[in-house]
Design a protein around this ligand. Structure first.
Ligand SMILES: Cc1ncc(COP(=O)(O)O)c(C=O)c1O
Length: 373
């Protein structure tokens, strides 16, 4: 089945008791047992499992081509649960342009949990190989990366991880399974901030992990979610599931518009460089063409006039909303280093864009006006 059809039908069935086509939202925190103590519907307590979260997971697993999915309260919670399931003394290789929150978590928390991290420029597989140690248990891949839009050759990075006996996880938040399916490229786990494209409307926070197999590592992460509690609430599960149904058309439209925006920015004299894997000059263009169906709705650019010019352009935007996050129907613009805060390593001249569902011409006109000031 094609991804457009899967997005609509994965895990879908009309409610058997009412015939409702839209999935029911079960808010119950606790579930009844029969006289012999057997749970009537297979659920016991909301933190362990619940029907609305199950419905979301039943949609997510086939979308990524995985054996099982776990929904979480946020993308950060999903990533943390992965790390919490690793044995003490594990070493994890993170990309040098890993999403800011995970970098902060590595410094502020993972070390205290007994997990060492180091970073590698994973777009060069030799850099990844050089960072792998005897204790490496996990290689964390993010492609395209946030916010530099670096592209990692997933199959090559996964091979390097597996040769060292490590698991490979791919943060697939920017691409979504509509454009890129990491498990088919050999990865063990696909990670998502479902706050972004899955939710799609800037109104729900969530995270997800999709596993290639229901193996002991999956069971450990499931146990971590149950006991440590980073579950997706029923309402959030329901909202993310609603977003999944239109994911494929939104991402296709956002990708097509982003390419036009990237081309227009690349031709603008006030722009020093555009980071978008769809542009032939991008260093990861060939790898992106091999492993992605289109290049996604995210891009960033460097203002020719440096930090002040970047801040000025952000301040002059009218249609783009000045806000962080991504993947919603409305286009967003941000000075990324300001959003990330003092520990940011993002270049000061960088502006990040999340392309929404507006017409490309209107977005380009807005940016041209913002950059002309
Ligand atoms: C690529 C990427 N991964 C993970 C996250 C974390 O997700 P959340 O904000 O849902 O915790 C983000 C958030 O911006 C992200 O951009």
């Amino acid at each position: 089945m094609r991804i457009e059809t899967l997005a609509v039908h994965a895990g879908f069935a009309p409610d058997p008791t009412t015939g409702a086509v839209a999935p029911p939202l079960h808010l119950s925190t606790t579930f009844a047992r029969d006289r012999d103590g057997v749970p009537l519907g297979g659920h016991v307590y909301v933190r362990e499992s619940n029907p609305t979260q199950d419905a979301l997971e039943a949609a997510l697993a086939p979308l990524e081509g995985g054996a099982a999915a776990l929904a979480f309260a946020s993308g950060m919670a999903a990533g943390a649960a992965l790390l919490q399931a690793l044995p003490k003394g594990s070493h994890v290789v993170l990309p040098d342009d890993v999403y800011y929150g995970y970098r902060v978590a590595g410094v502020d928390f993972f070390r205290e949990w007994g997990i060492e991290t180091s970073s590698a420029a994973m777009e060069k597989v030799d850099s990844l190989r050089g960072a792998i140690r005897r204790e490496t248990r996990l290689v964390w891949i993010e492609t395209p990366s946030n916010p530099l839009m670096k592209v990692v050759d997933v199959a090559a990075a996964v091979s390097a991880a597996h040769e060292a006996g490590a698991l490979a996880v791919v943060d697939n938040t920017f691409a979504t399974p509509v454009l890129q399916r990491p498990l088919e490229l050999g990865a063990d786990v696909a990670l998502h901030s479902t706050t972004k494209y899955f939710g799609g409307h800037s109104d729900v926070q969530g995270g997800a992990l999709v596993f290639r197999s229901r193996d002991p590592f999956f069971e450990r992460v499931l146990h971590a979610r149950h006991v440590l509690g980073a579950v997706s609430s029923p309402f959030n599960s329901w909202l993310v599931l609603r977003g999944v149904r239109s994911l494929a058309v939104r991402v296709a439209a956002q990708s097509a518009t982003a390419l036009k925006v990237a081309e227009a920015l690349a031709a603008h004299p006030a722009v020093a460089r555009v980071n978008y894997p769809g542009l032939p000059g991008h260093p990861g263009h060939e790898a992106a063409r091999r492993q992605m169906k289109a290049f996604g709705g995210m891009l960033s650019f460097h203002a020719a006039g440096g930090r002040d010019a970047a801040l000025r352009a952000v301040g002059r935007a009218e249609l783009f909303v000045r806000a962080t996050s991504l993947g919603g129907v409305e286009s967003l613009i941000e000075h990324r280093a300001t959003s990330e805060g003092p520990a940011s390593t993002t270049p000061q001249d960088l502006v990040r864009l999340s392309i929404g569902l507006e017409h490309a011409d209107d977005l380009i006109a807005d940016l041209q006006n913002a950059l002309s000031g």
